[in-house]
Design a protein around this ligand. Structure first.
Ligand code: ATP
Length: 240
């Protein structure tokens, strides 16, 4: 059985269908990258899996259990944690407080303050600093630490490197490497194709709410990825 199974998921914003009959699955310990142009439906897909956005139809299963009817907080308790785009930390609270609060609402497990700080060592000197005083990369690290404190089965990371400096992105991916080595299952939205292909075990490319291309990075031709990304068809390419 796969850890996460999304079956025939459709999600809408009013009359606009943002995700269309989409199915995917993620295995234990796998790192899946979701790529696609702006508006492809990546964030809506993540929010639907996390229970923050309602499903119009379809099903989300975690370890075979249908969690589709659960509220977001109940899905956290079931083991789905999302690091949202924009991070949403409690700005006037310290890094330590941000992490502890997440731990209080999560499940028991291997992730504690100590193990999170081992996986994200850059946070150690920042524990007493209010979140509002952090750089973008530091905020992202806190957001990931906060998600880990809930002891998730699966971590959903939206726009993981958006707005970060190249140095901060390097630091972030070093942390993600450590998490992966510890067996953490991850699904991440990454705008930077090279980063996505370099990190993930498998990549999904979305366009207009559907999966256009899927495979292991080494098995996908760069031209097929860019075609799927921008939605070029063979007919359109012949006329270019
Ligand atoms: P981006 O990289 O720009 O965040 P995305 O792939 O994450 O894009 P979504 O944000 O899921 O895509 O958007 C999918 C579609 O839903 C787009 O057409 C977008 O305009 C629309 N959409 C997203 N959020 C809303 C909203 N709150 N209200 C109305 N339409 C929305």
């Amino acid at each position: 059985m796969r850890l996460l199974e999304v079956e025939n998921l459709t999600a809408c914003h009013g009359l606009l269908t943002a995700v269309r009959h989409l199915s995917l699955s993620v295995g234990h310990g796998e790192a899946l990258a979701v790529i696609g142009a702006n508006g492809a439906g990546k964030t809506t897909l993540f929010r639907s899996i996390a229970g923050v956005h309602p499903l119009a139809s379809g099903q989300v299963r975690l370890s075979g259990r249908d969690v589709s009817a659960l509220k977001a907080s109940q899905r956290v308790a079931a083991g789905i944690a999302m690091v949202p785009e924009g991070r949403r930390l409690f700005g006037d609270m310290s890094v330590r407080e941000n992490l502890l609060i997440a731990g209080e609402n999560g499940r028991p497990g291997k992730w504690t303050m100590d193990s999170v700080l081992d996986a994200l060592p850059a946070l150690k000197p920042l524990l007493g600093v209010p979140a509002d005083g952090l750089s973008g990369g530091q905020r992202q690290a806190v957001a990931i630490g906060r998600a880990l404190m809930s002891n998730p089965e699966i971590l959903l990371l939206d726009e993981v490197s958006l707005g970060l400096s190249p140095v901060a992105v390097d630091g972030l991916y070093a942390s993600l490497d450590l998490l992966r080595a510890s067996g953490t299952t991850m699904v991440l939205v990454e705008q930077d194709l090279d980063r996505a292909l370099g990190f993930a075990d498998r990549v999904i490319c979305m366009l207009e709410g559907k999966i256009m291309l899927e495979g292991a990075p080494h098995a996908l031709a760069r031209s097929d990825i860019t075609d799927a990304y921008f939605g070029f068809t063979e007919v359109e390419q012949e006329t270019l």
